[in-house]
Design a protein around this ligand. Structure first.
Ligand code: SF4
Ligand code: SF4
Length: 167
């Protein structure tokens, strides 16, 4: 995330990934153990870097994630079937407490739990405004389930523009 303030979800009309690929440049993507094992098995150990007891995806040329590839006039992720949680959640940030005093704008109730949801302003797919029903009732629940590892296939929170199957 850059220096700009996170955006509470109630200030967002909608979001859809435009496959600009910007979130794959200059970010350090942390991996969970099972993600490390799966990606290492498919792509080898050279795609990793290590620090502070954690494993990250390595950035390559121009600080771009080594698992990103050009396709037509876009950049696409080559690990669609095993994309790390941190990548699947971007640009969303799910918190258990408000980040800012104005955090009321970020509260979201799902079931009997309240989450505080923000978006990274560096994402190009954010449309500011009053949340649409689709955003509030379909996108956000999928993001929360994805964040806690209970999502199935992503339906509302993946790019509609491109898909990539590793050769
Ligand atoms: S999540 Fe946002 S920054 Fe990342 S590729 Fe999609 S539109 Fe671009
Ligand atoms: S794993 Fe895919 S989505 Fe995540 S940073 Fe790398 S190219 Fe981007």
């Amino acid at each position: 995330m850059g220096d700009k303030a996170l955006i509470p979800w109630r200030e967002v009309a909608s979001w859809s990934c435009r496959a600009c690929g910007n979130c794959c440049v200059g970010y350090r993507v942390p991996l969970k153990m099972d993600e490390f094992v799966k990606i290492g098995g498919a792509y080898g150990q050279d795609v990793f870097e290590y620090g502070m007891g954690k494993v990250y995806l390595r950035n390559g040329v121009n600080r771009r994630c080594v698992l990103q590839r050009p396709l037509m006039d876009r950049w696409v992720c080559t690990v669609q079937g095993m994309k790390p949680t941190a990548c699947r959640l971007f640009p969303f940030r799910i918190q258990h407490k408000p980040v800012y005093p104005r955090g009321d704008n970020s509260a979201y109730k799902l079931g009997d739990k309240v989450y505080y949801i923000y978006l990274d302003p560096d994402c190009q797919g954010i449309v500011p405004g009053q949340p649409t029903e689709r955003f509030a009732m379909q996108v956000l629940p999928e993001i929360i389930r994805s964040g806690f590892g209970v999502a199935g296939k992503q339906k509302f929170t993946t790019s509609k523009y491109v898909n990539w199957t590793p050769p």
